[in-house]
Design a protein around this ligand. Structure first.
Ligand code: DGL
Length: 282
């Protein structure tokens, strides 16, 4: 495991020009990055998609933790003032270890903000969590929701193929609908009030999930609540970037720059070229 380098420039209070670092196993975390960009347009951002090792969701906790540590270390090497784990799987498995290793750098995960959004959307409600195998295995959302709302009922369904659909850019159409329908059937007739998109890839499939799910179900994800958590932290540490100039964005990936640009551009609402993506080794 690479040593994490900490220096004074990395503490949140000293250099506010440093970017906020964001990582996911692939392009899914761009849904969170976009929400941060919209909420905090003046912040510099650096995003890492560990596309070479995607998916994380089918791997063992030991491997997921190792990958998450390496991704975090790569971003820390660049110099960041805050780390966002824009991956539910890595948040569920490795958030505490990341916090311990990265201290004093603040680390924000996406499971708690997602659970918070679900409880706010439907207090005492029935929630169906769609997530990766690893997130479901750990029951991370059930714990996070029930610690805030003991009356809530939570069912979790692993939907690993939806990660591949999102990465491929096949977020709508017949194939996407059939796969989503199959997973909702597998979950059983839980008549949820909310469907929690417990994987940062799944907001891409929002329209398809809405088409297939029963009427009236609210879809909840952690993107905007995570952006709000980042904003609160920067405020609390008086660490927001000064001035009015728009923030910069760097995009790093561990493989497949062309695919990353093709699919990632759709998330960000801006055309990306292969040359906009820096390939890195972890
Ligand atoms: N986007 C990730 C998540 O939020 C993981 C997808 C994967 O790598 O399996 O869980």
């Amino acid at each position: 495991m690479p040593m994490l380098r900490h220096n004074a420039a990395m503490t949140i209070a000293t250099d506010h020009e440093l970017p906020v670092g964001v990582f996911d196993s692939g392009v899914g975390g761009l849904t969170v990055l976009k929400a941060i960009q919209d909420a905090l347009p003046r912040e510099n951002l650096v995003y890492l998609g560990d596309t070479a090792r995607l998916p994380y969701g089918t791997k063992s906790p030991v491997s997921i933790e190792r990958y998450a540590m390496q991704a975090a270390a790569k971003l820390a090497e660049q110099g960041i003032k805050l780390l966002v784990v824009a991956c539910n799987t890595a948040s569920a498995v490795a958030l505490e270890s990341l916090r311990a290793h990265m201290a004093p750098l603040p680390v924000v995960g996406v499971v708690e903000p997602g659970a918070m959004a679900a409880v706010a959307a439907s207090p005492g409600g029935r929630h169906l969590v769609l997530a990766t195998e690893a997130t479901v295995r750990l029951g991370a959302y059930t714990r996070a929701v029930r610690s805030r709302d003991s009356a809530a009922r939570v069912t979790e369904q692993a939907c690993e193929m939806m990660v591949a659909l999102a990465e491929e850019g096949w977020s709508d159409g017949e194939i996407a609908r059939a796969i989503v329908r199959r997973y909702l059937e597998e979950a059983g007739d839980t008549a949820p009030d909310t469907i929690i998109l417990g994987c940062t890839h799944f907001p891409l499939l929002k329209d398809t999930i809405r088409e297939v799910a029963r009427d009236g179900v609210q879809l909840v994800d952690s993107a905007s609540t995570t952006a709000a958590a980042v904003s609160r932290l920067l405020d609390r540490h008086a660490a927001c970037r000064a001035g009015q100039a728009p923030g910069s964005l760097r995009l790093l990936a561990t493989d497949g720059a062309m695919r990353f640009a093709r699919v990632g551009g759709r998330f960000l609402g801006q055309e990306l070229q292969q040359s906009d993506i820096e390939l890195v080794d972890l």
